[in-house]
Design a protein. Structure first.
Length: 429
């Protein structure tokens, strides 16, 4: 029943709600377009504007218009100055500017605009939550929706089988969700801990069925972050098992065990060549040497692989190399600085025991490790980006700000009064 004493909503509040609903719908459309509605075509037609591309342009343009009209838009942008998110924004704006010197200016501008639009939408939407509990729930839901739609895409394209479900897409959002929920459950009250453990179990299931060696290794790296905290929990068996596998690798005594578990059936030789990725990266290095300062343009080099002695693909399979070849030394250094600053912020939040700090730290480490086998940050939009930006927005808006507020309070607090000798309590005036 509606509360008759609640004040009526003003025009600004109604506009905010309408634009919020529109933004959520548009973000879900971008997710659906690249998962359940994805179309397949020859890589040489990457810059052809067909119906699907036209639909994508309309959706992204609508998001940008909604961001301009949104009452929270300007405030959200100004708040980015207080965090490393500003560096990421600068990187993406630089990516859009690379259209000026790229041979495929329209394609590059759209690809950069697409990532910028999705980032802006999720930051503005997350800014609308009144407390971190609701924001955390929304973030986990977005990660799960991105994961489920990624699974649906694989089922549609390849059917239900081990080979059909193999991917390096939904395992990223599933891995981040798993590590966040598990990490936060170690510091949560009983009710929140039970809820987070259920989330962790659900995300872990999708990590396993995705059979991505790159994501498995990245999750293992994230688990190492949690190891000191898991030592006081029964869940210590998980990183302990990973440590045993690491010893096995070093000793070289049982390649089969490692292949079946951590590497999802791949041999150590496959991992050494990153299942052919090293050939791609060699070609992208040659592309970088051609234009080392400014690069060839945002998210374009993978599409031009055949021009650099390899095959054309839709993903450079390494976000840092993607940034290096696409945006040159300037873009690569910007991405590297952002990555270091992000991990540093998460580490500070974790040490301060701010809600979300430990979970985000483990998830960000996993994401950045996985960025070495798949372009997550540094390349074009794909379904993973929605989940990644949802967590980044939650971290920057709630966890990081809470940590910064705590640090300000600590700096402004009066110095402690020293206790007199003998342990007597000092009297206060």
């Amino acid at each position: 029943m509606r509360d008759c004493h609640r004040p009526p909503e003003g025009p600004l509040m109604r506009l905010t709600k309408i634009v919020d609903y529109a933004l959520w719908a548009l973000v879900m459309l971008t997710l659906a377009r690249t998962t359940v509605l994805v179309r397949q075509r020859d890589t040489s037609d990457f810059d052809t504007v067909d119906f699907s591309a036209t639909f994508a342009i309309v959706v992204i343009a609508s998001i940008l218009v909604a961001l301009v009209l949104h009452p929270r838009g300007r405030n959200t942008l100004m708040q980015l100055r207080e965090s490393s998110a500003l560096i990421l924004l600068i990187f993406l704006i630089y990516g859009a500017a690379s259209a000026m010197w790229s041979d495929f200016s329209t394609f590059v501008l759209f690809r950069a605009g697409e990532v910028l639009a999705v980032m802006g939408a999720l930051f503005v939407l997350m800014e609308g939550y009144k407390n971190w509990q609701n924001a955390e729930r929304a973030m986990l839901v977005v990660l799960m929706v991105a994961t489920l739609m990624g699974v649906a895409q694989r089922v549609i394209l390849a059917g239900i089988s081990v080979e059909g479900l193999h991917t390096n897409i939904y395992t990223v959002t599933a891995g981040m969700g798993f590590l966040y929920a598990l990490g936060e459950s170690l510091r949560a009250d009983p009710q929140r801990r039970r809820r987070l453990r259920r989330w962790a179990a659900a995300f872990a299931f999708f990590v396993v069925i995705g059979t991505s060696a790159g994501s498995n290794i990245a999750v293992a790296a994230g688990m190492l972050i949690l190891l000191p905290f898991l030592s006081r929990s029964k869940l210590v068996i998980i990183p302990a098992a990973l440590a045993c596998m690491a010893v096995i690798v070093i000793m070289g005594t049982s390649e089969d065990v490692v292949s079946v578990t951590l590497l999802s059936g791949r041999s150590l030789e496959d991992v050494q060549t990153m299942t052919g990725r090293t050939n791609l990266w060699t070609a992208y290095w040659n592309a970088f040497l051609e234009k080392p300062i400014l690069g060839h343009g945002f998210a374009i080099v993978a599409r031009l692989g055949d021009q650099f002695g390899t095959v054309a693909t839709t993903n450079a399979h390494n976000g840092f190399i993607d940034a290096l070849a696409g945006l040159g030394v300037l873009g690569f250094l910007t991405m590297l600085i952002y990555s270091i600053k992000l991990v540093t912020e998460a580490l500070r939040a974790s040490r301060a025991q701010i809600a979300g700090g430990l979970g985000c730290l483990a998830a960000f480490v996993m994401m950045l490790v996985n960025n070495n086998s798949k372009s997550i940050l540094g390349g074009s939009y794909d379904p993973v980006v929605v989940g990644v930006f949802a967590m980044l927005a939650f971290f920057h808006i709630f966890t990081l700000r809470a940590m910064q507020a705590q640090e300000r309070d600590n700096r402004n607090a009066p110095p402690a009064v020293p206790e007199p000798a003998g342990g007597a309590t000092a009297a206060h005036p």
